[in-house]
Design a protein around this ligand. Structure first.
Ligand SMILES: Cc1cc2nc3c(=O)[nH]c(=O)nc-3n(C[C@H](O)[C@H](O)[C@H](O)COP(=O)(O)O)c2cc1C
Length: 584
């Protein structure tokens, strides 16, 4: 539990910024924190006279309401300031209050995290930039204190305007709600591993993930796009009786050029998998009565109605018989518990898809390839390292889930101590789950704050807006079992990537935070160091080829640009050329 002070500075009735402040209060209180709301309305706060008496006395010499408020600021763990934007700055009354809290400068203040909630008539988010700079200047005077987030309600002129902005209110509520009660161990795990594991789908925790990615139009649209409410989590899925939806309920339109149907097959763990089968209608594309075939899966938190289906349908239009499958524990596939993942079983899922394809009458078993997107890129490379029937593999915008689970983002927690802390936390979680007979789920893809790292906005934009939302995509809508990362933590998915003899094409966006996974995989496969130039020609993809392994970097593209084609960045032509060359 944290002590949270929310200080509202608008003096007008029906204040917009105060409404935001109250939402923040609600969120923080709902998460079980001790929250105090203070308004400057009706308070007597004189200007600071600059006498510096406070530095000796520990309190201001002027006798008005400022000292009481300064004391509350001193003992809070977190302070959220709410202000109207006046002449592109914080309000004069808030600035005056900060000046009058000058005694804090020499005190043993407790506050460590500062938030800013602002409202402005201007419709541009930048309207709060100067106020944010002002608050940052104040923060800079207090060691150990950080600006943790800010939200500006724009286009809010008349009192109460923000009430008509439910998405804004929800964002503020969510910002307040993130102070929760989890114990330190679980937090450590979540920071380092769940970010890794939940992020697969993708999560809210940002601590280990530096802001490496740049903005694109998608992300800018994210804030404006309507949120889609997640569906209720699926109940137990009876693996002997899969429920397959008959209608076309994918997030992309159906192609006239391919026949679509649903198929099922079992993996070696006895889990029945559901897949969408896409067969080219143009039978002239069959060579000697058989098609080359490709199995597709991913991203990590997604289902076949999302990216993998899109890739599969496109490749079918280009002459390949394809399947997009739901991995074990996910979507319409079987496997219990739900919300679970396994580097082993999910690699096996790819191999099971090759079992299925290679035994079909209309498929040439010598011409089978696989495509793994995001977390499934790592599984695909692992499958390629085992399954010699796979002749060509594409890993698109790949995540090496085992690397991020074990090392944290950018390998920042790559040490035994950090891993052992995670192990302890995971085991405590397992014991709890065993006792309660219930799995706790991590929360993913909550609405990111304005200043959240870009990759969170990027994921939200795909998974939580009509762009990519699907009600069955439970791992991206709801989360993962908190202890699901156990196996990824101690497994190295790319252990034998250097022994892959078949062709592999690794594709990544230049600006994706996850690019280092593809570079690492390519280096592991080839033994050659990757050095992507700091500046790429925006009109040309950057390639590095070593034998039958190729790395392709798409200038300017971000992680989810390769989830769908909203920005026309999925290099279908290149994939077609690659598979045609290697599925011979
Ligand atoms: C003195 C004054 C200055 C203002 N200056 C700006 C400004 O520079 N930019 C802007 O977008 N809105 C400006 N506004 C509009 C307010 O920021 C806006 O109405 C806001 O929602 C008020 O918040 P409140 O309801 O919490 O007081 C100004 C309003 C006043 C009264």
């Amino acid at each position: 539990m944290k002590n949270i002070l929310v200080l509202s500075s608008s003096l007008r009735k029906g204040s917009n910024s105060e409404i935001l402040a109250q939402e923040f209060v609600k969120g923080a209180a709902d998460a079980g924190n001790k929250v105090e709301f203070v308004s400057l309305r009706g308070k007597k706060i004189a200007f600071c006279t600059g006498c510096l008496g406070c530095q000796k006395k520990g309190r201001c010499v002027i006798k008005d309401d400022a000292n009481e408020i300064a004391e509350k600021m001193k003992s809070a763990d977190v302070i959220a300031f709410a202000t109207p934007i006046y002449y592109y700055e914080m309000s004069g009354q808030l600035k005056t209050m900060l000046d009058r809290a000058n005694s804090l400068y020499v005190s043993d203040y407790k506050f460590r995290e500062i938030y800013l909630l602002a409202t402005a008539a201007d419709t541009d988010k930048k309207a709060m930039n100067i106020a944010k700079r002002g608050i940052s200047g104040w923060i800079a005077c207090f060691e150990g204190v950080k600006f943790k987030g800010g939200i500006c309600g724009t286009g809010a002129e008349a009192a109460g305007d923000v009430k008509k902005m439910p998405l804004l209110l929800k964002r503020v509520y969510t910002m307040g709600k993130k102070f929760n009660n989890e114990d330190t161990q679980m937090k450590t795990f979540q920071k380092i591993a769940t970010t890794a594991v939940a992020i697969l789908a993708f999560g809210t925790l940002t601590a280990c993930c530096p802001e490496k990615e740049q903005t694109t139009s998608n992300a800018q649209q994210a804030a404006a796009a309507p949120a889609v409410q997640p569906a209720e989590p699926a109940k137990d899925n009876n693996m002997n009786k899969l429920t397959l939806t008959a209608e076309w309920d994918k997030v992309f339109p159906k192609s006239e050029k391919v026949e679509h149907s649903k198929v099922t097959f079992k993996n070696h763990f006895g889990i029945e998998l559901a897949a969408d089968l896409y067969v080219p209608k143009d039978m002239s594309l069959k060579a000697n009565g058989k098609f080359p075939a490709i199995a597709v899966s991913g991203p990590f938190g997604a289902i076949k109605e999302q990216s993998s289906g899109l890739y599969a349908q496109h490749m079918a239009e280009r002459g390949f018989l394809t399947i997009a499958f739901d991995p074990s524990f996910t979507g319409e596939s079987g496997g219990e518990p739900r919300y679970m993942n396994s580097p082993d079983i999910n690699t096996e899922d790819f191999m099971a898809s090759v079992d299925f394809l290679s035994t079909r009458d209309d498929v040439n078993p010598e011409r089978i390839g696989i495509i793994g997107i995001c977390g499934w890129g790592g599984m695909a490379i692992n499958a390629a390292a085992i399954d010699t029937r796979v002749k060509a593999t594409v890993a698109s915008t790949m995540y090496d889930m085992s690397r991020v689970a074990a090392n944290g983002y950018f390998d920042q927690a790559n040490n035994a101590k950090a891993r052992n802390e995670m192990r302890k936390a995971l085991m405590a979680q397992r014991t709890k789950e065993y006792k309660t007979k219930e799995y706790d789920l991590s929360e993913v893809n909550t609405l990111p704050a304005d200043d959240a790292p870009f990759f969170l906005k990027d994921y939200y934009d795909y998974y939580k807006t009509p762009r990519g939302y699907h009600k069955r995509s439970l791992n991206s809508n709801t989360g993962w079992i908190k202890s699901a990362g156990t196996s990824l933590l101690n497994t190295k998915l790319l252990a034998y990537a250097n022994e892959i003899e078949s062709a592999v094409l690794v594709i990544h966006g230049e600006k994706a935070h996850s690019r280092y996974f593809s570079e690492g995989a390519f280096e592991k496969m080839t033994g050659k160091k990757v050095k992507v130039p700091a500046k790429l020609d925006p009109a040309k993809n950057w390639n590095m080829t070593v034998g039958n392994k190729e790395l392709m970097i798409l200038p300017g593209a971000v992680h989810t640009d390769l989830y769908d084609d909203v920005n026309g960045r999925i290099p279908y032509d290149k994939m077609e050329e690659f598979f045609k060359a290697n599925l011979k």
